[in-house]
Ligand binder design. Structure first.
Ligand SMILES: Nc1ncnc2c1ncn2[C@@H]1O[C@H](COP(=O)(O)OP(=O)(O)OP(=O)(O)O)[C@@H](O)[C@H]1O
Ligand SMILES: [Mg+2]
Length: 273
């Protein structure tokens, strides 16, 4: 009575990502209608993350559209199948469309003839019309493919895509790749336009590749501010292991080694403090 409901859970509908341990970092999920940038170096888990998001959509009865520019449609379907996610039957039953922008000119209804933002958006809207009304998830994997030869266009293209897609009830993951040597130069446009930024990284620790994730931005969300370790497992897919600073195994290490690891991780995340 007279008390306004407050806080992140009160007024916002959130879409679960389907990655165990991740939704807790963002107050339950991605706010409906958001365009979230998923950024990171090759092999850090962006596509696997997106595959989970797509599959969670299928499970929840959302319409799912997956634009793939880096891998063929078959490759995405196979990757998903390894984690027990049956994209093939989701496609057959009209719950999902994968728009293939890699295998161009195959003449297939859902391949992109030309790698331009406008033709991609047009195709996505056509796909949404086909799938029908209702809450929808869109994955653009990757968005950076559209400005590879003209990085200065990143912001304009991102803005165009966001504006054109706005009224189609999409919650969107826009994936952006970084060339290691140009990590500062690519994708900034997207990150400003995006409502959220999820950044994946990789580090070598203890002679082994580790994957990390950080939610750098999520509008209207009291998100976790810590770096978390990520695991990708055959047959299961991605899950969040826990925050870097609280990993039990970190505490088992000698102080000297822990300090060195901490310095290394600060270095990787550009923390000068
Ligand atoms: N079945 C599997 N079991 C275990 N790990 C797997 C499996 N399939 C893929 N991976 C891991 O996931 C990694 C690929 O991750 P992903 O495709 O999401 O990277 P990405 O960030 O999208 O990279 P890129 O920018 O090159 O597209 C592989 O290098 C491998 O380490
Ligand atoms: Mg990928």
């Amino acid at each position: 009575m007279g008390v306004a409901r407050r806080g992140a859970g009160a007024v916002i509908e959130r879409l679960r990502t389907g990655v165990p341990g991740f939704d807790e970092l963002i107050a339950g999920g991605i706010p409906r209608g958001f365009m979230v940038a998923v950024v990171g170096e090759p092999g850090t888990g962006k596509t696997v993350f997106a595959i989970h998001f797509a599959w969670e959509g299928v499970r929840e009865g959302d319409k799912v559209i997956y634009v793939t520019t880096e891998e063929s449609r078959d490759s995405i379907v196979k990757q998903a199948a390894m984690f027990g996610m049956d994209f093939a039957s989701a496609i057959d039953s009209g719950r999902m469309i994968i728009i293939d922008a890699l295998m161009r000119g195959r003449g297939d209804e859902w391949s992109l003839e030309e790698l331009s933002v406008e033709s991609m958006v047009e195709k996505v809207i056509e796909a949404k019309r086909r799938l029908g009304y209702g809450r929808a998830r869109l994955i653009i994997d990757s968005m950076s493919a559209f400005w590879l030869d003209k990085p200065a266009m990143a912001r304009k293209y991102s803005y165009t895509a966001k504006r054109l897609l706005y009224r189609w009830d999409f919650t969107t993951l826009a994936i952006s790749q970084y060339a290691i040597t140009t990590s500062e130069a690519f994708g900034w446009g997207l990150e400003h336009v995006a409502d959220g930024i999820i950044r994946f990284r990789r580090v070598i620790r203890g002679g082994r590749l580790r994957r990390l994730v950080l939610v750098e931005k999520m509008r209207q969300t009291p998100h976790d501010l810590r770096v978390h370790e990520v695991d990708i497992r055959d047959g299961e897919g991605m899950r969040i292991l826990g925050p870097l600073e609280e990993r039990a195994e970190d505490y088992a290490l000698p102080e000297r080694v822990k300090r060195r690891l901490a310095r290394a991780s600060e270095h990787y995340w550009g923390d000068e403090g």
